[in-house]
Design a binder for this molecule. Structure first.
Ligand code: ADP
Length: 290
């Protein structure tokens, strides 16, 4: 719904700034009805930005799911471009993994975050009409609500799948280094499987707490090299696992989790599972836990 500018401009104090992204600054705000929100305020920018803004609105206003950060409203007024989202009080998964948010993620929590975010993405791929490829799946785009439910955010880079199918090959590679599907990088042909690859990198982050690129090294390559050296993959990789979860004696479904992760980061898109196959596999792990 449309939100009047005067109802949200008083929120743009520096102390209310919670972050800044490719899109512009993000503020914590309070609407006049008392709802706490996150406001993305775009810098006064090019037509390109305005287009991206409108695309995001169109997409988001159509899409509702418990594992997607909902768009509460928007505003185009007096040169201001703003998107107003549900506020996620527990920050991004990257904040948690880096110990910045004070939310500790044990193994079970990581499993349910993987399942929740996979469910959100499967929804975008298979139930949104027309289907949506996220294009920028990463740990800073997956947030936690007050119940620590994982929600996928930021559709700024999304584009309708139908565009991709109609052969519109984007001229510029978008997305984030460390998460980019190698196939997309070469051909610039984008499919749902590009999100699956990025999601695999995200799963590696959940296992290791490491960033996708550290000291110039890609986590994907490090994991692959480790696993090739060692027949008993579980032991070969063990050193890379976040020590705080490694100490937990019993990592339920660890082997299966690793297996799905490695399938997601296969070089050829056709060797990767679909997001709903990932959901099923993760559900199986969590069910066996009960
Ligand atoms: P990027 O373009 O890098 O993905 P965003 O513009 O989406 O970044 O967001 C920047 C930062 O603002 C995030 O890292 C997060 O800390 C914060 N943020 C974004 N959306 C929300 C939200 N809905 N609730 C709380 N914090 C948010």
């Amino acid at each position: 719904s449309y939100v009047e500018l005067r109802k949200c401009t008083n929120n743009f104090a520096e102390r209310n700034e919670i972050g800044s992204g490719s899109y512009g600054k993000v503020y914590r705000g309070l609407l006049t009805d008392g709802l706490v929100v996150a406001i993305k305020r775009a810098q006064q920018g090019s037509t390109q930005r305005l287009l991206e803004f409108k695309t995001e609105i169109e997409l988001l206003s159509r899409v509702h799911h418990k594992n997607l950060v909902g768009l509460v409203g928007f505003c185009f007024e007096r040169g201001e471009q703003m998107l107003i989202y549900e506020f996620m009080p527990n920050g991004t998964i990257r904040d948690s993994l880096s110990g910045k948010s004070g939310v500790y993620l044990d193994w079970n929590k990581r499993l349910s975050i993987a399942l929740g975010s996979a469910t959100g993405l499967a929804y975008l791929h298979e139930h949104a009409n027309p289907p949506i490829i996220h294009r920028d799946v990463k740990s800073t785009n997956i947030l936690l609500d007050e119940n620590l439910t994982a929600k996928v955010a930021d559709f700024g880079l999304s584009k309708l799948v139908s565009d991709a199918l109609n052969g519109n090959i984007s001229t510029q590679v978008k997305g984030t280094m460390g998460y980019l599907d190698p196939e997309y990088y070469q051909t610039q042909q984008l499919t749902e499987k590009s999100d699956v690859y990025s999601f695999g990198v995200f799963m590696l982050e959940l296992l290791t707490s490491k960033r996708p690129i550290e000291k110039g090294k890609y986590i994907v390559h490090r994991v692959r090299t480790t696993m090739n050296k060692d027949e008993e993959v579980h032991y070969g990789l063990w050193d890379m696992i976040d020590s705080s979860i490694r100490d937990t004696k019993n990592l339920i479904g660890f082997g299966q989790f690793l297996e799905i992760t490695m399938q997601c980061i296969e070089n050829s898109p056709e060797d990767r599972p679909t997001m709903s196959e990932v959901v099923k596999a993760l559900e199986t792990i969590l069910q066996n836990d009960r």
